[in-house]
Design a protein around this ligand. Structure first.
Ligand code: ATP
Ligand code: MG
Ligand code: FE
Length: 347
């Protein structure tokens, strides 16, 4: 099936077009620079930027793919979770195009899309797949027996998301926003064993699949403050590398354990933090040791984009899932188990 997907859950206006599991176009317009001076995404600024970028980005994707709108088999859109105002821009656009073209509409879950996108790069997802989703808003371990209808949360962060921790530590170190890529780069010059930062929730009595990064965040900030108070230089590269090591250690340890406990032979890692070079290397090594096949999409498909929505939409069409109703709305806290929002009155 030929499907166009729209993503506007945060600060990226993404429009992707796929034919089955083949990527034809992936157009992304980001408002990230507009948020940089605030040190975080400002919802109202993001919504306005989506409004301006929506139609041009759809047209760019159609042109890039070389397809006519009338040939589409469906239009998919992120229905949640995410920022309400931002989501509404995408949902409204998707409804308008789908209704005007007479095509089925699929409101899909952002988290399931982050998993499904890997099909565009590595072929059909094995079922079940274990997924570690790590981004600015989420850190979750998900078991997906069927990406279109059955995604189960095994664990999640009890405080900050992994990406949030990267952004916060980058600020402490005086690096740019968003912090992940800056920490990643600074860490290349540092010693990951220089400072032993705490690994949250890894004690014998802690929840096996939940994460906590706020203790780590505080510990790094205190360490840096103490150096500054003593008038000593802050070894930025060593702090970045040691912090990154702690995050990668906890994430990969728990993901591999989830695979083993559940007898799953495949692990996929998605979300913006999956772009992290140390996380990728450590996951590769630990999966190999455990006999687990690791799948991580290229960095451009890990961060928010429209191709991931189109990928999940195409899977919905291929598996005959029920389309959404014309009164589909955005749900900022759509539960991860709801892979899509089917029309309850569909015959
Ligand atoms: P959501 O959480 O709803 O998916 P988001 O915009 O936060 O929204 P992404 O675009 O997937 O999601 O991820 C952005 C996050 O990824 C930011 O916190 C950023 O710092 C982090 N990130 C990006 N590149 C890297 C990297 N190389 N290393 C570590 N973190 C990274
Ligand atoms: Mg983003
Ligand atoms: Fe995302």
């Amino acid at each position: 099936p030929l499907v166009l997907g729209i993503e506007t859950s945060c600060d990226e206006t993404g429009v992707g077009i796929v034919r089955g599991r083949t990527l034809l176009a992936d157009a992304v317009a980001s408002s990230v620079d507009e948020h940089a001076r605030f040190g975080g995404v400002v919802p109202e600024v993001a919504s306005r930027a989506h409004l301006e970028a929506m139609v041009p980005t759809i047209e760019r994707a159609l042109k890039e793919a070389g397809v006519a709108p009338r040939d589409l088999d469906g239009i998919a859109v992120t229905a949640g979770p995410g920022l309400s105002g931002a989501l509404l821009v995408g949902v409204s656009a998707a409804k308008a195009y789908a209704y005007a073209l007479g095509k089925p509409l699929y409101g899909v879950n952002h988290l399931a899309s982050h998993i499904c996108v890997d099909q565009l790069e590595h072929g059909p997802l094995p079922e079940p797949t274990m997924a570690l989703l790590v981004s600015g808003g989420h850190s979750s371990l998900l078991l997906a027996p069927d990406i279109t209808s059955d995604v189960r949360p095994l664990g999640a962060t009890i405080d900050d998301a992994a990406g949030e921790a990267f952004d916060k530590i980058a600020r402490v170190l005086g690096l740019g926003f968003p912090g992940g890529p800056f920490i990643d780069r600074a860490a290349l010059e540092g010693d990951p064993k220089a400072i032993r930062f705490p690994r949250g929730l890894t004690g014998p009595r802690d929840a096996a699949y939940d994460f906590s990064f706020s203790g780590l965040k505080t510990s790094v900030a205190r360490w840096v403050e103490a150096r500054r108070a003593a008038g000593e230089p802050v070894p930025v590269a060593d702090v970045a590398a040691s912090f990154q090591e702690a995050v990668a250690d906890v994430l990969t340890r728990k993901a591999v354990r989830a695979c083993k406990d559940n007898g799953v032979g495949h692990l996929m890692i998605g979300g913006g933090v999956a772009a992290n070079s140390r996380l990728r290397a450590m996951a590769q090594r630990r999966c190999e040791d455990a006999g687990i096949v690791l799948r991580v999409p290229r960095p451009g498909l890990c961060t928010d984009n429209g191709a991931m929505v189109a990928a999940l939409g195409a899977e919905m069409v291929a598996r005959g899932r029920t389309p959404s109703a014309w009164d589909l709305s955005a749900d900022s806290s759509l539960p991860v188990e709801e892979t899509h929002v089917p029309d309850p009155a569909y015959q």
